[in-house]
Design a binder for this molecule. Structure first.
Ligand code: 8X3
Length: 245
């Protein structure tokens, strides 16, 4: 039986690109997300990908994912995202709660459920898709910064707690990535505002660039733990330093 990789949030963007990339690397990939129609298309198109419905905010759904697996060698906790860019003074509690529930508690639910399989694999790799927003704060980032900082902290704690177990804990923290939906969700569906984020930026990262980085991390020899990989476009030297033409 091939090594199995589970990718959450695999119906679009970085998750979908990672599912495709890990399948190309020879993994049996479980592509998990809420939008089953998109997953089914992906599974029909790419040999080695299996679709599983998953809502990371539901314990029942996460338990069903775990029950459907015979093995899990790689887990990519990718499901999550940003909602809103309001200043803290105008922060929407529901949006903040949702960001915490998907990015942080979603990762917790899936990690808890699949950790026994990762340990049993003898060489498990757990990848947390965080963000530079988990390392640096910025105006309007409040809820997302808080959630991503929490996810980063949780990743660091997990690596300490699993020291001695056969599981690597890898954090991949991307900067500006132009995907179909990330900014659109952040701006509540306002596509003009979403597009402005990338306007004039020569070469924002693509989902494939991040999938490539994830794939590199998980295909290192078993004794090599890439603790944190920060990946940005050349045009983004820092959170507030973006070159536009
Ligand atoms: C996305 C990167 O810079 O929009 O996670 O926070 S940023």
């Amino acid at each position: 039986m091939n090594r199995t990789a589970v990718v959450t949030g695999a119906s679009s963007g970085i998750g979908e690109a990672t599912a495709r990339r890990l399948a190309a690397e020879g993994f049996d990939v479980v592509a998990a997300a809420r939008r089953r129609d998109r997953l089914d298309k992906l599974a029909a198109e790419v040999p080695g990908i299996r679709a599983v419905s998953l809502d990371v905010t539901s314990q029942e759904s996460v338990d069903a994912l775990a029950a459907s697996l015979e093995r899990c060698d790689v887990l990519v906790n990718n499901a999550g995202g940003a909602i809103g860019l309001e200043p803290v003074a105008a922060g929407n509690v529901d949006d903040w709660q949702q960001m915490y529930d998907t990015n942080v508690l979603g990762s917790l639910r899936v990690t808890k459920a699949l950790l026994p399989l990762l340990v049993a694999s003898g060489d498990g790799v757990l990848v947390m898709l965080t963000s530079v927003a988990g390392l640096v704060s910025y105006e309007g980032g409040g809820g997302y910064n808080a959630a991503k900082h929490a996810q980063t902290a949780m990743t660091e704690v997990l690596r300490l707690e699993l020291c001695g177990e056969p599981v690597r804990v890898v954090e991949v923290a991307p900067g500006m990535v132009h995907t179909e939906e990330f900014s659109l969700n952040r701006f509540h569906g306002d596509s003009a505002a979403a597009d402005r984020v990338y306007q004039g930026v020569p070469g924002p990262l693509t989902a494939d660039d991040v999938a490539d980085a994830i794939s590199w991390c998980v295909t290192r020899p078993a004794h090599v733990n890439v603790d944190r990989l920060v990946i940005r476009p050349r045009a983004q030297a820092a959170q507030h330093k973006i070159h536009r033409v």
